[in-house]
Design a protein. Structure first.
Length: 138
């Protein structure tokens, strides 16, 4: 989370990274450590993940429930992060809105994006999975 030499962290949107670092600092006071499972991804890496998901799930339609295309992935744009370990995702589930950090997909409790309006209004309703997200339709 605080290691700028890793492209997956360094290439995140600066506002997202700042919110994550503030949340991680506060979570540490509760003995919770954030681990970045995946942050920014290159289009090539995203495409590789998509191909692997099609192979795993048997179809592009089923893979789309878990992995976006490089053109639609919030990871490729630096606007999403996947946080590891249950205690960290549980902490973010409870406190993330205070920092504008929201879980976007019900089927991905590790995936967070910045929604600054959540600081005042709470996080928006989650989509069941990425196939329900209008941003994924291109």
């Amino acid at each position: 989370m605080f290691e700028d030499e890793y492209p997956g962290v360094a290439n995140l949107d600066p506002a997202l990274l700042q919110a994550l670092r503030e949340a991680a600092t506060d979570a540490a006071e509760d003995q919770v450590t954030f681990y970045v499972n995946s942050g920014w991804r290159s289009p090539e890496r995203q495409n590789q993940l998509l191909r692997e998901a099609v192979s795993t799930y048997g179809s592009a339609a089923e893979a789309a429930r878990w992995v976006a295309t490089p053109e639609t992935s919030r990871h490729v744009s630096g606007d999403a992060i996947d946080i590891g370990r249950y205690d960290a995702t549980a902490w973010l589930s409870e406190h993330g809105a205070e920092y504008g950090l929201c879980q976007i997909y019900r089927n991905e409790p590790w995936h967070y994006e910045l929604r600054t309006e959540a600081i005042d209004r709470g996080c928006p309703r989650m989509y069941a999975d990425p196939t329900q997200d209008p941003r994924m339709q291109q």
